[in-house]
Design a protein around this ligand. Structure first.
Ligand SMILES: Nc1ncnc2c1ncn2[C@@H]1O[C@H](COP(=O)(O)OP(=O)(O)OP(=O)(O)O)[C@@H](O)[C@H]1O
Length: 293
């Protein structure tokens, strides 16, 4: 497990991170979201030791993180690690060797990844000759080549089409199933909601929400939707019921407690057939807009 504890980072007068704490649990995907300039890249650089925190610390498996730990992490930096003007396979081999692999082992791993992405015949091409999506796939290959203990990925899915996102997610899942924690930043909330177990939301250098996607989505008042055959105007005079929207036999309401919900359901059934009665699950984007406002 990776832990960021009370990390503050200042650049002159600017506080880019203000006592930021969160965890990236083993074997899970944690999505890191927040508007432009919120501090995501700064936090990832501090995790990787590219930047030092002004105060606070990063811990790995319960102890302060070391250079040796970080050498076994896979990192996709914002500025990308591979060079546009170098052939792709030799760069992957170089990265693998940097992470302690033997030359042969690194070459085999690089060839395997390129074959998996249908890029085997491009192995000697310069990175810049590939389409942007394929460049991104190769950059991700660079982060995973050495079988990392943790993955820190700065916007790994930007520029990928939906099939490529699924393909890269499949690749990353092979690591989470082995217990590797994955932290990735993204501006694509739908994607974060679909792929992540956990989410950390930053705003202006502060963590304003963190938890499982399910917890965040269901936090705050839950609304129920009711669909019947009859007019639901009677709901407006029911104690403990706030009618949010009413359209004849369909209504959206907030109940003060579950006993009220049960009483209203019984009443609705007594008045005729009830076609649907249940909580409305909010999309994560709605929750996000509410908290970052
Ligand atoms: N080296 C630096 N020197 C001065 N200010 C910096 C430096 N690096 C980052 N900042 C500032 O710190 C703040 C956080 O930036 P950061 O790049 O971490 O945000 P981000 O959440 O990754 O944004 P984006 O989504 O736009 O990539 C910004 O105000 C940025 O201008």
């Amino acid at each position: 497990m990776l832990e960021v504890l009370e990390v503050t980072r200042r650049f002159g007068d600017l506080t880019a991170l203000d006592r930021v704490s969160f965890t990236v649990p083993a074997g899970q995907f944690t999505g890191f979201v927040g508007g432009n300039g919120a501090g995501k890249t700064t936090a990832m650089r501090i995790i990787m030791g590219v930047l030092a925190p002004t105060s606070g610390e990063v811990r790995w498996d319960g102890a302060p993180i070391t250079a040796a730990d970080r050498a076994q992490f896979g990192y996709l930096p914002e500025e990308r690690g591979l060079y546009p003007k170098q052939p792709i396979l030799s760069q992957l081999v170089y990265l693998g060797e940097l992470h302690g692999m033997g030359a042969r082992e690194a070459r085999q791993a690089g060839e395997r990844l390129l074959a998996r992405f249908n890029l085997a015949d491009r192995a000697k091409d310069k990175l810049e000759k590939l389409s942007l999506g394929n460049q991104q796939r190769v950059q991700i290959a660079g982060a995973v080549i050495a079988g990392p203990k943790a993955l820190i990925l700065d916007e790994p899915f930007s520029g990928l089409d939906p099939d490529a996102v699924d393909e890269m997610f499949g690749l990353l899942t092979e690591f989470t199933t082995r217990g590797v924690p994955v932290l990735f930043s993204s501006h694509q909330l739908e994607l974060v909601e679909r792929l992540c177990d956990n989410i950390v939301i930053l705003r202006k250098g502060e963590v304003i929400a963190a938890g499982s996607v399910e917890e965040l989505r269901t936090s705050g008042p839950t609304h129920h939707r009711i669909v019947t055959d009859n007019d639901l105007g009677w709901l407006q005079t029911q104690p403990g019921v706030q009618v949010v929207d009413l359209d004849g036999p369909t209504a959206q309401v907030a109940f003060s407690d579950t006993a009220t919900a049960q009483r209203v359901l019984a009443e609705a059934l007594a008045r005729g057939p009830v076609h649907s009665f249940g909580p409305i699950v909010r999309p994560l984007s709605e929750y996000y807009r509410e908290v970052v406002r």
